[in-house]
Write a protein that binds this ligand. Structure first.
Ligand SMILES: *[C@@H]1O[C@H](CO)[C@@H](O)[C@H](O)[C@H]1NC(C)=O
Ligand SMILES: *[C@@H]1O[C@H](CO)[C@@H](O)[C@H](O)[C@H]1NC(C)=O
Ligand SMILES: *[C@@H]1O[C@H](CO)[C@@H](O)[C@H](O)[C@H]1NC(C)=O
Ligand SMILES: *[C@@H]1O[C@H](CO)[C@@H](O)[C@H](O)[C@H]1NC(C)=O
Ligand SMILES: *[C@@H]1O[C@H](CO)[C@@H](O)[C@H](O)[C@H]1NC(C)=O
Length: 248
């Protein structure tokens, strides 16, 4: 059996590629790894999701729900990134409990020497989570996590051209993305909203809407309350729109 050890070697190297790229030393930006530059806008699947002003309004904390789920990343020549994602997470134990997550983030990126990417946000990122089975079924919150990707590759798809593969911090691949444009579609590369509060809008059992607002540091909570009202109204409006998209 000559094939068995060979196959094992192939499988082992594939596994290593997907889970441990940042352990493999300096990245080689050769034709195989970097078929084209990462600069531009990338989008997965049906390309319904794209970074840029069509996706959301960071100042108002609102989203324009795309027709389909997907992810989109943009990278600029001068070191800025933006990402947009919209997904449904299914629940194995209860198929009716599907969680919808839509989010947006921008900031600065670094292509690290060991082949990983670090995305450091400005502080105005936000996301909306809809979980019909949770106590708070629909809320918008600020999202300011630094994201780390263990590796990335750009291949050439014979039909669709350059194809970007990103691997998350745990090695799990992000949906492959095709290059939508070589010039990135992005918001201005600066902070677009100063406030860092978390807004929650939820529906109580009798159908009435209850709005909650809180801020990370309790001291300024009252100060922020008046500003929050406008956003909560926006979030409540989204409830109706998002109920439709959840049903689709
Ligand atoms: C790869 O480089 C980044 C940035 O320097 C670092 O944070 C990360 O720990 C490195 N990964 C490994 C496996 O050393
Ligand atoms: C990738 O390849 C392009 C084209 O050769 C080059 O301009 C770019 O600097 C390379 N590196 C990255 C990180 O995109
Ligand atoms: C799945 O749904 C159940 C309620 O039916 C919930 O208790 C559980 O936390 C959910 N799991 C996930 C991963 O969301
Ligand atoms: C967002 O995260 C970045 C990077 O960690 C940090 O510099 C910035 O202060 C954070 N902004 C807010 C509003 O938390
Ligand atoms: C945030 O606050 C700073 C300092 O007050 C101000 O210069 C800037 O215009 C504000 N940015 C936004 C997006 O409101």
């Amino acid at each position: 059996m000559i094939l068995t050890p060979l196959l094992t070697v192939v499988l082992a190297s594939l596994a290593q590629f997907t889970v441990a790229q940042d352990d493999q030393g300096p990245i080689l930006l050769d034709a195989e790894h970097n078929y084209t530059s990462i600069i531009g806008t990338w989008s997965s699947g049906s390309q319904a999701v794209s970074t840029g002003p069509d996706f959301c309004d960071p100042a108002k904390l609102t989203f324009n729900y795309p027709k389909n789920t997907g992810v989109s990343y943009s990278f600029s020549e001068d070191g800025f990134f933006e990402l947009a994602r919209y997904r449904f997470n299914s629940n194995g134990s209860d198929p009716t409990c599907i969680t919808g997550v839509i989010g947006w983030l921008h900031g600065e990126y670094t292509l690290n020497a060991n082949g990983s990417i670090t995305l450091v946000p400005f502080g105005d990122g936000f996301q909306q989570i809809q979980d019909p089975c949770a106590a708070v079924s629909n809320f918008i919150e600020t999202y300011n996590n630094t994201e780390y990707y263990r590796g990335w590759r750009i291949f050439r798809d014979p039909t669709f051209g350059p194809k970007l593969h990103l691997f998350g911090h745990d090695g799990i691949p992000v949906a492959p993305q095709f290059q939508v444009s070589t010039t990135p579609t992005m918001f201005p590369k600066q902070l677009l909203r100063n406030n860092t509060f978390v807004t929650v809008s939820r529906r109580s059992v009798d159908g009435d809407e209850e709005d909650l607002a809180r801020r990370e540091s309790g001291a300024e909570a009252v100060l922020w309350k008046s500003k929050v009202v406008g956003f909560v109204a926006g979030a409540a409006g989204l409830l109706a729109a998002s109920a439709v998209s959840m049903a689709l």
